[in-house]
Design a protein around this ligand. Structure first.
Ligand SMILES: [Zn+2]
Length: 391
């Protein structure tokens, strides 16, 4: 008898074994069935409702998946050998009720027990998102969620450029981009989606080309249009999160009002010279809802007080900082992790190299998020948007 056969025989004695039918009955009574096979094996089918943790990561991931060490665990592999080793390791970690499924998945299938084909990442995706897969808060499940997510970016400009690049790199599967402008040389100081060779071409087409070069499997949807009260709901409809990277007040209010009405989170960023701010407006959030833009600024400033677009100078790298923070907040919302910037406004002063965080409260009297009745969209005169003093 070889050393490994001896060890297996010993484990059969020390670790309890159950046959697949018993395992199913125990699973139905609350035991967790853990399939420890490799991703390519699992891709062909796995017991219904099983937790899938590859053997190599079992000790590192089990505590997050099953926190209570008294939960009965059933370990399954292809033929019942690897699961014995795995079960032994789980006992060493302190799990008190661990058994191995005799005959493994082969016998499970032969017994005609319920099998499902789980969605998994393919080899190319595993390679591309490997650094996400090793973060427990993302993992395969989180990455699949990102791939299924749909995010709409308003503006392929200074803020939209870094946001779009990082969301595309992170594998947000569907990225919509709204912009009706063309690439202008004076934009290239900050709009890093575009290139000098594309001056004069549509920004949406240019953005699409850059993003698909970075991550070819994405669905990048261009909306080459100016948002208005007639098209805003149709454009927003298919997306999970709206990212406001706009530079003018009429659009900013339109985005806010549509997000309030459609109950979508609005990841907001704005910049002016050396200062920027970022927050998430989400008054319809179930727990701890925050304000909408109008809770803070009920109406746009009069046109004479808003700087003209050409005057609203900005340090080119500043939208990079703010847009990347919008991307971070978007990813957190999509994954449901961490504390989003809801009810909190983060301000950045580049010259002083300081971040300030302010609580921002909901206005119960807000005409938009505070009312059951949607007051309708408003057409404001075109003016440029810069952050105004925070109340
Ligand atoms: Zn409000």
């Amino acid at each position: 008898m070889s050393a490994s056969q001896k060890r297996l025989a010993a484990l059969r004695e020390s670790v309890g074994e159950v046959d697949p039918l018993e395992a199913l009955e125990l699973q139905q009574r609350g035991a967790r069935l853990i399939d420890v096979r490799e991703p390519d094996e699992v891709a062909a089918g796995s017991p219904e409702g099983a937790l899938r943790i590859v053997r190599g990561f079992l000790e590192l991931r089990i505590e997050q998946a099953v926190a209570d060490t008294e939960t009965p665990l059933l370990v399954l592999c292809a033929g019942g050998a690897r699961s014995l080793f795995a079960a032994d390791d789980l006992e060493r970690l302190g799990y008190t009720d661990v058994r191995s499924v005799a005959g493994g998945f082969r016998e499970w299938k032969n017994a005609g027990l319920p099998v499902e084909v789980p969605r998994t990442l393919d080899a190319e995706q595993r390679e591309r998102y490997g650094r996400h897969l090793s973060v427990p808060e993302v993992g395969e499940e989180g990455q699949l969620r990102l791939l299924d997510s749909k995010v709409l970016l308003i503006g392929a400009g200074g803020l939209g450029s870094p946001t779009a690049l990082y969301l595309a790199a992170a594998g947000v599967g569907t990225l919509g981009i709204v912009d009706d402008d063309v690439v202008d040389r004076s934009n290239l100081q900050r709009q890093i989606l575009h290139t000098d060779a594309r001056v004069g071409r549509s920004k949406v087409a240019s953005a699409r080309e850059t993003l698909l070069a970075l991550n070819p499997s994405l669905d990048v949807r261009g909306h080459e249009t100016r948002l208005d009260r007639h098209n805003v709901e149709e454009v927003f409809g298919g997306y999970d999160v709206i990212v406001d990277g706009t530079d003018n007040f009429p659009t900013r209010y339109l985005i806010n009002d549509a997000c309030v009405k459609l109950q979508k989170p609005n990841v907001h960023g704005s910049i002016f010279r050396f200062e920027g701010q970022v927050t998430v407006f989400w008054p319809s959030r179930e727990a701890d809802p925050g304000p909408c833009y109008r809770c803070l600024y009920p109406e746009p400033p009069p046109a004479e007080l808003a700087p003209s677009c050409a005057d609203a100078g900005v340090l080119g790298v500043l939208p990079g900082v703010i847009g990347v923070m919008q991307a971070v907040e978007t990813i957190k919302l999509l994954l449901g992790i961490g504390e989003p910037l809801v009810g909190k406004l983060l301000q950045y002063d580049a010259l002083q190299a300081e971040f300030y965080s302010l609580r921002v409260e909901r206005d119960p009297g807000c005409a938009y998020c505070g009312s059951e009745h949607f007051p309708g969209y408003v057409d404001y005169a075109q003016s440029c948007a810069a952050p105004v003093a925070v109340p």
